[in-house]
Design a protein around this ligand. Structure first.
Ligand code: GLN
Length: 305
């Protein structure tokens, strides 16, 4: 298995040349464009890795399905989906356009920035510090990595330059959809995006979702079954933003990408997959990462369709 993964990394590495690392968050420029790593964890906790699998990177939007799970367990489906829709937007992840034109002006789904910011605002806690603790513990339990932490440089970089996210959050507040303090919500959102992970962390979260929320090692239930199913469905319909349709056809694995270069895949009842390749295509998805997911899916027959 590891041999096959090494070949997949070797074959797909050349695609890193055709993309670029994210630059709109200045700190992300420091990533090495040619990195490519992959990790697969199956339901028996067998771990297979290849390429730059020890590299740390920020989770970015791969955090969105995870905070969605927490917000759904905190608030229930009815409350959450009164403030965020369930449909693909067909627009880029940071698009503002549909916020004003759709009625009610709630974000289309929880996987785009506007929707994810709403979701973060619904995480429960006595204060922002308490919310951050609850969030971090949730990520730590799901990844089985007690050492997860926020990359302070990326967090500060996002906070200083995140005016587009700020604009969306203030708009949502002005519409009475977002009810919390905007700067507090954004602070939590920027920290959430700046959690540092490896492909192994993503694969472990992915395999725990594959088992519908029961941790493969501790056997503890971390996510309610119905919530886990909702999250995976969003990963299929919206996980790769406006490339989700093409990805579903070519790869067919519920997945979520982030501008740090990560992709998390979850193959129901089989395995979790973590990929890292910071060279992105024009839609903000890892260019060699997508190609690698395609190879993995074909090689092992993993499409859910
Ligand atoms: N933190 C990033 C942002 O809000 C996340 C975007 C992404 O990974 N697509 O812009």
């Amino acid at each position: 298995m590891e041999k096959i993964l090494q070949k997949i990394v070797y074959d797909n590495k050349r695609y890193t040349e055709y993309g670029n690392v994210a630059t709109y968050i200045p700190e992300l420029r420091k990533a090495n464009k040619n990195d490519l790593g992959i990790c697969i964890i199956d339901m028996d906790n067998n771990i297979y890795e290849a390429g730059n699998c020890n590299e740390k990177f920020t989770i970015q939007s791969v955090s969105k399905p995870i905070t969605l799970a927490l917000a759904l367990m905190d608030n229930g489906k009815d409350k959450v989906f009164s403030k965020v829709g369930m449909e693909p937007s067909g627009d880029p992840f940071n698009s503002i356009m549909k916020l004003e034109t759709s009625k009610p002006s709630i974000p289309y789904n929880p996987m785009i920035n506007a929707g994810a910011i709403m979701i973060t605002s619904m995480i429960k806690g006595r204060n922002n510090g308490d919310k951050l603790n609850r969030m971090m513990n949730f990520f730590k339990n799901l990844s089985g990595n007690k050492n997860l932490s926020v990359n302070e440089d990326v967090y500060m970089s996002e906070k200083l330059t995140g005016d587009r996210n700020r604009a969306m959050a203030y708009f949502l507040k002005s519409e009475g959809i977002l009810t919390e303090n905007v700067e507090d919500v954004l602070d939590l959102y920027f920290k959430q995006c700046s959690i540092e992970v490896t492909v192994r962390d993503l694969a472990r979260i992915g395999v725990n979702l594959a088992g519908n929320g029961i941790d493969i090692l501790t056997r503890k239930r971390l996510i309610d079954e119905d919530v886990s199913k909702v999250v995976k469905t969003f990963m299929v319909t919206c996980g790769m933003y406006d490339a989700s349709g093409e990805y579903a056809i070519n790869v067919g694995i519920p997945s979520k990408s982030g501008v740090g270069g990560g992709i998390m895949g979850t193959v129901p009842n089989k395995m979790g997959i973590g990929v890292f390749g910071p060279s992105l295509d024009e839609k903000g998805n890892s260019i060699a990462g997508i190609k690698s997911m395609e190879s993995v899916s074909q090689k092992f027959g993993l499409s859910i369709f």
